[in-house]
Design a protein around this ligand. Sequence first.
Ligand SMILES: Nc1ncnc2c1ncn2[C@@H]1O[C@H](COP(=O)(O)OP(=O)(O)OP(=O)(O)O)[C@@H](O)[C@H]1O
Ligand SMILES: [Mg+2]
Length: 312
Amino acid sequence: MIEVRGLTKRFGDVLAVDDLSFDVEPGKVTGFLGPNGAGKSTTMRMMLGLDRPTAGRALVNGRSFATLAEPLREVGALLDPGSLHPGRTGRSHLRVAARANGIPQRRVDEVIEQVGLGSAARRRIKGYSLGMRQRLGIAAALLGDPRVLLFDEPINGLDLDGVRWIRGLLRSLADEGRTVLVSSHLMSEMEQTADRLVVIGRGRLIADATTGEILRGLGHRQVRVRTSQPDELLARLGEHGLTAQRLDGHELQVEGGTAEDVGELANAFSIPLHHLSEVQQSLEAAYLELTGDSVEFHGGVRQPVHTTEAAL
Ligand SMILES: Nc1ncnc2c1ncn2[C@@H]1O[C@H](COP(=O)(O)OP(=O)(O)OP(=O)(O)O)[C@@H](O)[C@H]1O
Ligand SMILES: [Mg+2]
């Protein structure tokens, strides 16, 4: 369990994390989403005691990281896979970490096995591919068999196999009852991985809900309905506070309610329905809608080229 309360971090003029409060519950994969510079890494660093909050607190299992007796046994983290000693082998890297934290050496071979590093564990890290580095970083996070795990952008730069592997690993860790927080700016990935989403932009909380709730567009869901009596249904929907527009002869698009609302209403007035469905907004679209105002670094937008008769 992680509890974040009023967490704030200021770097000079930059308010990197702005009064964040949310919980990360055990047994679930929680996606931590936000555009570049949103404050995801800074928040995770504060959870791990690597950055000191300007205000507020982040508690792991009810305590601040600094007061945990055996931190590596309570919380494991994958932050920056670049910060590995290139001359060491993967295995010796893990052995050093285990020794420094009073973790039995047999765990080293267990986690090497668990992340599928295999014989590569005996090669030097400088020859590792990005995917191998990522696996080694995850092995280090798992070393103390912690109940709480933080992964900062673990799928960055991985190929499809690597992405699938991480997805499965996160799921199995959560199924074991662990608390799993995984950051990403990739909606499409989180859509398939996370049970809950905490969405931030410019350091502030934008949404904290199940992935399903966010997918349904946080109240922006749309219902499509086809009926032989579109005028009648249009009028009844309007009377009941739902906005609807006509798409073609017999099809309506409804906003402000669920498929159940529309179906019950039609039934109450004996209006026959030929089709009824909820249109799922993709998480990508929901996310852009949520974070649209908070994207700090927009890509340059090319001006459209106009050709006019005068120019020809
Ligand atoms: N040590 C630091 N000194 C000054 N500013 C910092 C420092 N660390 C982060 N920042 C600033 O804080 C803000 C949040 O950065 P952070 O790295 O937490 O974002 P992020 O959500 O992890 O982004 P990304 O998706 O790019 O990893 C940014 O504006 C960043 O420039
Ligand atoms: Mg980051």
